[in-house]
Design a protein around this ligand. Structure first.
Ligand SMILES: Nc1ncnc2c1ncn2[C@@H]1O[C@H](COP(=O)(O)OP(=O)(O)OP(=O)(O)O)[C@@H](O)[C@H]1O
Length: 236
């Protein structure tokens, strides 16, 4: 198997003529757990959006499975194996939980699989998207993306605004999803402690650039480095 499933080389990207990402070089190995940490506005969402083809690239390249995908539409990147759980969750509010899941079902993915991972969704399966709590909406958003069978799961601040008990439940699910090494997980977070406990490698972002990259464990032990680069404290 290739040592890199996803590779960005010197990527500059943004919105219209605006440049947000400045020369990003980053790779993800198959089955790897990568944390991307940075303060508000550092460019974390723009990084994931660029991987999915949702921004304008001004330079550099994005490779998936050894193939350049710069010109592929987002839905084709998803079909190849890239799955984004957006910060905005993007569930269909007028559809029930079950309908939301069915709208994404691909290949041998099944509703039972989603319900096994999130029993709460099974209990709420007839509820409309707007009748769900924030945590349930996040569970549904994650389950929807999993129904597309991604080899690389991109999670954009999935813990944002959720109660600590829900955050713990979601982190346990991410552990479950990553444990057999069959899919890579890229976890973008401001909760540095949770992200570094989960990940094996971490990239720190500031002002649209990667300012540090290395083993997550080393960063966990170096609060000063973390604070210096991204201004986030470990007691998240
Ligand atoms: N649609 C857009 N059009 C123009 N500029 C944008 C757009 N979305 C984000 N930006 C700008 O890009 C920069 C990076 O934003 P981005 O959302 O990628 O950061 P982030 O690290 O994900 O922040 P947060 O943690 O607050 O979500 C910010 O200066 C932001 O204002």
């Amino acid at each position: 198997m290739a040592d890199k499933v996803l590779e960005l080389k010197n990527v500059t990207a943004g919105y219209g003529p605006t440049h947000v990402l400045r020369g990003i070089t980053l790779s993800v190995a198959p089955g790897e757990r990568l944390a991307v940490i940075g303060r508000n506005g550092a460019g974390k969402t723009t990084l994931l959006s660029t991987i999915m083809g949702l921004t304008r690239m001004h330079g550099g390249s994005v490779h998936y499975g050894g193939r350049e995908i710069d010109r592929l539409a987002p839905y084709r990147r998803n079909a190849l194996g890239l799955g984004l759980v957006p910060q905005t969750r993007d569930i269909f509010p007028s559809l029930t939980v079950e309908e939301n899941l069915l709208s994404c079902l691909r290949g041998d993915a099944s509703l039972e699989e989603a319900y096994a991972l999130f029993p709460r969704l099974k209990e709420r399966r007839k509820n409309g998207g707007t009748q769900l709590s924030g945590g349930e909406q996040q569970m549904l958003s994650i389950a929807r993306t999993l129904m597309t069978r991604p080899d690389v799961l991109l999670l954009d601040e999935p813990l944002e605004g959720l109660a600590p008990v829900i955050c713990e439940q979601l982190m346990a699910v991410f552990e479950e999803l990553a444990k057999d090494g069959s899919r890579a997980v890229v976890l973008v977070e401001q909760h540095a402690e949770a992200a570094l406990a989960f990940a094996t490698r971490a990239a720190l972002m500031a002002n649209g650039a990667i300012v540090h990259e290395g083993p997550a464990e080393a960063l966990r032990r170096d609060a000063e480095l973390l604070h210096r680069h991204v201004g986030v404290a470990m007691s998240a």
